[in-house]
Structure formats: structure tokens, C-alpha cells
Design a protein around this ligand. Sequence first.
Ligand code: XLS
Ligand code: NI
Ligand code: NI
Length: 438
Amino acid sequence: MSGYFDHIDTIKFEGVDSDNPLAFKYYDAKKKVLGKTIEEHLRVAVCYWHNFCWDGHDIFGAGTFERPWLQGNNDQAAAEAKLDAAFSFFEKLGQPFFCFHDVDIMADASTPKEHVENLAAIVDKIEAKMDASTTKLLWGTANMFSHPRFMAGASTNPNPDVAAFAALQVKHAMEATHRLGGAGYVFWGGREGYDTILNTNVGHEMNQLGRFLNMAVEHKHKIGFKGDLWIEPKPHEPTKHQYDRDVGTVYGFLKEHGLENEIGVNIEPNHATLAGNAFEHEIEMANAFGIFGSIDFNRGDPQNGWDTDQFPNDLRENTMALYYILKGGGFKNGGANFDAKVRRQSSDAEDLFHAHIGGMDLLARALMNAAEMIENDKLQAFKDDRYAEWHKGMGKQMMDGNATLDDMANYCLEENTSPAPISGRQEYLENIVTYVVK
Ligand code: XLS
Ligand code: NI
Ligand code: NI
């Protein structure tokens, strides 16, 4: 059977001097950086939904892509044609991982029973595909936001029967992820929030979400899934307000429900910016709380206030992201999933390759820049020096829990301390970054 990607050759590393747009310039998979290969560091994944499920429609217009497997009904034959297309793309790009939602991979189902059967039918096929391929599963998830039944939320729905449907989906999506050897499982609470507080009992809904996630954790242990669980924070879109708004909020929520040692975060830069946070802020917050998991790499549009999910292209921003990821110990089960889509006018098969090649080259460059910064870590040296006083004297006593407020106040009086301002050297530090980014 002839395929959609047949006219495109396997993508090779050709180096910076190549002007072949269908070749890697920086992503040299086996090149070692700080003792590991680029491929091992980045753990790149291609997502099913933006590449193989979306036909290019937007809220004003119909699909523009004409992908052959999306013509007609989404039955088992269509799901299998999509699977063939996806794996032929993976084989040509050569990235090590992919990610999916349950409904991305399977035939449409109209009853709970059909949902279970259709998912099982395609998981059998995926398993066979994976046996004959080098592509592994980074993470799976359940789509509990597209179907109309979820319009008022999944586990946070006012109707417990909707939460029961969500339980069915999570159970089977997690079991499928486990069976396919996935490294993680993601919860993105697309409609776990509200459109108007006039009809919403927020306290009750957050407790519903807390209970639901506890049940999911119990199920993970019951089935022996050894991968990680991650919540993907996003402040709003599609709903006005979502409970998992950013990393800090998620951590508070996890603590509240006793889940901070069970669930980490999958951070997406475009979600960070929607929440008014920098990408690097979210990574460092996750590092500080010990819940860093994985990244959905993409970018927003600086002038548009929504989740445009464009492929990343900002070398400075991503150099700093990789720097903080490496400083936190790097990816373990997580990786670099591109939760990004080509623009609606980029309607050819080639465009999917340009997008991923650019993203992978960008991350490889960012990784090499970050490694260079770490090898001569002037930023860390500056910080170590800036906080050095906390390792001795009164600062240490306070941090060790050996000083009261009175002790600190008396120390101030006795020593007559009136500290002079010390420069934070922001521009000097920014220049260090400027000199490395290339
Ligand atoms: C949407 C989210 C979604 C998750 C998976 O904004 O990024 O794609 O990554 O459900
Ligand atoms: Ni995402
Ligand atoms: Ni997103």
C-alpha cells in the first residue's frame, strides 16, 4: 500500500553546512553531551493528536490538510490507516518516542462497552507495530474534554455518572499505557474547572478531583505500572478557569490531597505563558518542589492570548529551559514531547517534517548551550556566593531551626547590623547567557 510519506526519505544528520531542509543540522542523535547522547538527554516524542488527528480545521473554517486517513468515518479501518501513517512518519523522523490520547488512536465509540472494545482492538495493533519498530511510548492519556458529555468537566462534573465515564477511560488508557511500556501517564484537566462560578461549587469540585486522582494512583499501584504520573498545568482554555492553573497551584493541590510523592508535572511553555509565568519559572518551581516530570515543548504567540501550540524556535528561552532541566537532574521517565502543530496553511506532508526537524535541532542546540553553561557554571557560582552567608552564623541557625524570632532580633540589635545593599548583577548575568547562546 502506498503511503502519505513515501516521497520523503529517512531524515539524516547532515550537520550545519547542509542546506537540505529535510536533514538535521544539530540533532546528531548519538553525539555525547555531558556523558549522555543527545537522544538520551532529550527523549523526543511526536504527539498523535496534532499530527495525525487534526485536519487543519479552526473555529472559522474547515480542514485544510486532506490527510487520506481522516477522510470518512473514524472506524477501525481508519484507525489502522492512521496508525500506519503515524509509524511511517516515526520511522522516517527517527525520534525515539510518541504520545497519544485514547480517542486519538481508536475508532469512535458510542457506548462505554464500545469504548473499551475499540481501544483494545487498536492497542493490539499498536503493540504489533511497536514490536517491529524502535519507537517507544513516552506517555499515554485519556481525552476527557472533547466529547459533549464532558462539557462541564470530567471528574469535576456535577454529575457523578460523567465521572464514572472518566474513570472508565482513565482505567483503560492507563492499562493500555502500561501494556505498551509507556514511561508516564498524563492528566490534563481540560475542562476540570468552570465557565461561570454562578453554577459551580468549586470546593466540591476540587475535592472530586482530589479523590479521583487518588483512585487513579491506587489503580496504578494495583496494576503494577512503574511509570510516572504527571498533571499538566494550564490556567484556562477551554474553560474560563482550570483548577490545575500552574506548577505552584498544582503542588498545593497535591499536598492538600496527599499526592505530592505520587504525581509530578508535565510542563508546557504555552500554558506557562497563559498563566503569566515564564517557562523557566515553571521548571524551577517544579525542581524546587521535587515534582519535575516531563515537558510538552511548544510556544505561544506573543501577541495572541491563547494556546497557539506552535513549534518552539526561541533559542535563548530553550537554552535556559534545558539549563534548568539539566540542573534538576535531567529527564528521567519524562522527555521532550512536541505538543505543537503546524499552521493551518502548512498543509503538506513535508511541513510536518520541517516542524519536527526544526524543533529537534533547536533542542539539540539548546542542550549543547546548556551543557556549556554547566561546564563552567558561572550562574551557579554567582548564586552559591550570593547565598553563602546562610551556611554559617545566624543564617544557619535560623535554617536549622535553632533560632527564635527573639534570637534573630537580639542578634540584629547586638551586632548593630544594618546591611548595605549588594548588587544582584542582573545585566552581568544576562550577558553570560548572551555569550553562550549560539
Ligand atoms: C492542551 C494540552 C493537551 C495535553 C494532553 O492544551 O496541552 O494537549 O498535553 O491532553
Ligand atoms: Ni500539552
Ligand atoms: Ni497546550
